[in-house]
Design a protein around this ligand. Structure first.
Ligand code: GTP
Length: 355
């Protein structure tokens, strides 16, 4: 079976991490973020996948080549200008080899999901649908596309990011399309699947179906979601075919070192060659390769970019530190603070408590 993977977005909400690396390639528990879904797709029978790239397209080719390492064939179709979700799907479809009636799996490159992809494909075939969307359940649907369905699974409406969503059943960003439906999307312009393609299919009376499964699901769009997703992979809350070793809620990559008196846990990843000093505390955080956490620093629910240095006595909570930055001694950064790459923050420049 063939698939299309959408990986052309700029990932603006994850800046500055996404200045040098597209979101789907950010390191997530020892593998690029998108690899967890890719491995699941392969296990569900996908043998050939088209990457719909745009932003920093060449980095995907460097990371995955022809797909041999993953046991699947990967080809790339690059948009000169981003075409939006459905525009990208249509553009990528020029590289599909299957016939008009075949099902094509479409995945977002920034979703972590434990749902049963094979069962979604089976539901699509059984319903003889034009498109079958994975729908998940959330507590608050206002930030998502709310998708009510009839008892037999037919989609009744698409209500995007509404203050009054009709249901807490939401579009989870994984679709099975009949190939001929993709071929019907307009060519060469920006097209949104959520705002244009899906509502138009409904209006035309096409069978659009929902496959509801409330398995683990996370849209990894923000730093908080990125930290949570990686921690969940390390802790095993989401089983991934590509996450192996983890000990006591910590994943240590090659040549990482943690001082015996340091306290590290809660699903933390210590990247290759990274070092955590004596008496430091690192909780539910993602340390990229070559990071240095000096003695006595405290790092909670934060992402620390490649080669960044967190000096002694620093407190970081819910922060993003860019590649190569230095947070000088005694700084205290909380509540989503972001330090841009290669910035050197002088000692005690930022404090949040008077002592
Ligand atoms: P933000 O800028 O933070 O909203 O992130 P994003 O650019 O990744 O957008 P969003 O989270 O809505 O994208 C969902 C998925 O679709 C991601 O995997 C993106 O890489 C992908 N995507 C979004 N827009 C495009 C596009 O125009 N072309 C392609 N090929 N992929 C896209």
């Amino acid at each position: 079976m063939e698939a299309i993977l959408l990986v052309g977005g700029q990932g603006t909400r994850l800046r500055p991490l996404t200045i040098s690396t597209p979101k789907p390639l950010l390191p997530a528990a020892g593998a690029p973020l998108l690899e967890h879904q890719l491995a699941r797709a392969r296990n569900a029978g996908v043998t050939r996948i088209v990457f719909a790239t745009s932003y920093r397209a060449e980095m995907f080719t460097e990371a995955f080549g022809d797909g041999t390492r993953l046991g699947m064939e990967i080809v790339y179709v690059t948009e000169d200008e981003p075409l939006g979700t459905a525009g990208a799907i249509r553009n990528a479809s020029t590289a599909l080899a299957c016939d008009a009636d075949s099902p094509v799996l479409v995945l977002n490159g920034d979703i972590l999901s434990g749902h049963d992809i094979s069962a979604q494909i089976a539901a699509h075939e059984k319903g003889e649908a034009a498109v079958t969307l994975h729908l998940t359940l959330v507590d608050d649907a206002r930030r998502y596309g709310s998708v009510p369905t009839s008892p037999d699974g037919r989609v009744l409406d698409f209500v995007e990011k509404s203050p009054n969503p009709p249901t807490n059943q939401v579009n989870a960003g994984c679709y099975v399309f009949r190939r001929s439906v993709i071929d019907g999307i307009p060519v060469g312009r920006v097209v949104s699947a959520e705002y244009e393609t899906f509502p138009e299919l409904l209006a035309a009376g096409e069978p659009v179906c929902g496959y509801v499964e409330a398995a683990y699901w996370l849209d990894v769009g923000t730093p908080a979601a990125f930290v949570r997703g990686v921690s969940d992979l390390v802790l095993g809350a989401l089983a991934s075919p590509v996450v192996t070793a983890n000990e006591h809620g910590v994943l240590l990559l090659d040549d990482a070192s943690v001082a015996p008196s340091a306290r590290v846990g809660g699903g933390t990843v210590v990247g290759a060659g990274a070092r955590v000093g004596a008496d430091a505390r690192v909780e539910s955080s993602v340390l990229f390769d070559g990071v240095v956490i000096e003695p006595g620093a405290r790092v909670i629910r934060s992402v620390i970019g490649d080669g960044a240095r967190i000096c002694s006595g620093v407190v970081l909570e819910d922060c993003v530190i860019g590649d190569g930055a230095t947070v000088g001694q005694g700084n205290q950064l909380i509540n989503g603070a972001r330090v841009w790459p290669n910035v050197e923050l002088p000692a005690t420049a930022v404090r949040f408590s008077p002592e």
